[in-house]
Design a protein around this ligand. Structure first.
Ligand code: LMR
Ligand code: MN
Length: 438
């Protein structure tokens, strides 16, 4: 039995065996037994692991973070025993404890603690590519892509075909360095490996996007079709990642269909007041006015946004400067309370192209109120899936921005619209209250 650590006496081994039998059906009694062994023999890794697993089960049953923290401490003690007395802990036992410890620390958001555990494990197994990859993933979760990049690069130096390192390094190069060529090459190779952990919607999402930007739309399309067939996207042209499955999905909606017609008509009736408030802030100082679009969606040109609401929360400073607009949208809960959307002015200069992209969620519909729309050709155009729309001053259009959309403004004068996201009408108020903010 390679799970047995040699420190345990005959008597303790019997107790451990008993506790292990009990664990699944009665974690509370098993916990008492494991704890008794730990007291007698603090170096028993097997008792520490058993104790951790009981606490883990209890944490789940009681939905208790305190219990989970106790479980984490106990998993951690297995690692400590192994570091101080390597001969007392089998590799299999240590790895079982360490893998779970890493999962739990990530789940609790203790990412720096997780990184330090992973670095300690790597001191024990310095050549283990799986452990290196796992460290890279935690660094990425932690918002340290440069450090993660170094880890994945090191793995690929020794194992050039490691698929998990390929998808992650490709993802980092594409999303943080704008390196579409190398990003696409690596993500494509990594996905082709079909290694566990590679089958993630985000890799397909960014591989397709990189290919599109490289002028390889046919290959991008194939990637999207494959991911949709795997159930990773709702459709090849609807690639949002935070979805409720049953919702009616269509690219363009009439005002009537949204069920919010009265509100949308009210926006139209007040369009001049809204326009004037949006225009007045164009000359505001750079730091407090329209902010350049920050999601790297622009191919060329200039595109700024002034946020009034985001994730169901008001931007007080901006709302104080656009009081009429905020009074209208702020009193309409499906808009102001839409925690999966925003309300914002969107100012696009002539000479702008926004790459084809999909919004993050299918839980909202996006209304645009036209405020300043140049009338000289070429007028600005938006494509939503395969429909081409334009704006008219004082009129609302509604589309589902989880569908692929792309904007061209090849004219010379700026275009201004008010963007108002609204909860998808088929979401009940209970669902709206429960969904995480996006
Ligand atoms: C978008 O939602 O990506 C664009 O339609 C925004 C805009 O200002 O046109
Ligand atoms: Mn968009």
């Amino acid at each position: 039995e390679d799970l047995v650590s040699s420190v345990d006496s005959e008597d303790q081994l019997e107790k451990l065996h008993e506790a292990e039998q009990l664990r699944l059906n009665d974690p509370y009694s098993a916990l008492r037994e494991f704890t008794a062994v730990v007291r007698e023999q603090p170096l028993s890794a097997r008792a520490a692991l058993g104790r951790a697993q009981c606490l883990d089960a209890i944490a789940l049953a009681e939905r208790s973070n305190d219990r989970l923290e106790q479980a984490i401490a106990s998993y951690r003690s297995v690692l400590e025993i192994a570091e101080d007395h390597p001969e007392l802990v089998s590799e299999r036992l240590l790895r079982a404890a360490a893998n779970t410890l890493v999962d739990k620390l990530r789940f609790r958001g203790h990412l720096s603690a997780c990184v330090s555990v992973q670095k300690r494990l790597l001191r024990l197994y310095p050549d283990d590519a799986v452990l290196h990859n796992q460290l890279g993933i935690t660094l990425l979760l932690q918002g340290q892509p440069a450090a993660a990049q170094r880890v994945f690069e090191a793995v690929l130096q020794r194992h050039p075909n490691n698929g998990l390192a390929q998808v992650h390094l490709g993802f980092i190069l594409k999303t943080t360095r704008g390196n579409n060529t190398e990003g696409a090459r690596l993500m494509k190779a990594g996905l082709a490996s079909q290694e566990p952990g590679t089958d993630d919607a985000r890799f397909f999402f960014h591989l397709g996007d990189a290919l599109q930007r490289l002028g390889r739309p046919q290959e991008a399309h194939e990637v999207y079709v494959e991911a949709a067939a795997k159930g990773l996207f709702l459709r090849p042209t609807q690639r949002s990642l935070y979805n409720v499955d049953r919702l009616t999905a269509k690219p363009v909606w009439t005002l009537e269909e949204t069920t919010y017609k009265d509100f949308l008509r009210k926006l139209e009736e007040n369009w001049k007041d809204i326009r004037d408030e949006g225009l007045a802030l164009i000359s505001a100082p750079k730091s407090s006015g329209y902010q350049p679009e920050a999601e790297n969606l622009r191919d060329r040109g200039a595109w700024g946004q002034l946020e009034l609401y985001s994730r169901g929360r008001q931007n007080r400073v901006n709302c104080a400067r656009t009081p009429k607009t905020c009074a209208i949208v702020g009193s309409f809960e499906p808009a102001a309370g839409c925690r999966r959307g925003q309300i914002k002015f969107s100012l696009m200069e002539g000479g702008t192209h926004v790459w084809a992209h999909c919004g993050p969620t299918n839980c909202r519909l996006r209304a645009h109120l036209g405020l300043v729309v140049p009338k000289t050709e070429p007028v600005p155009v938006i494509r939503v899936e395969d429909q081409y729309l334009t704006w008219r001053e004082g009129e609302v259009i509604v589309f589902d921005d989880s569908f692929e959309h792309e904007v061209w403004h090849n004219g010379t004068e700026a275009r201004l619209v008010l963007i108002v996201d609204l909860w998808h009408p088929e979401l009940s108020s209970e669902e709206r209250a429960k969904l995480s903010a996006v």
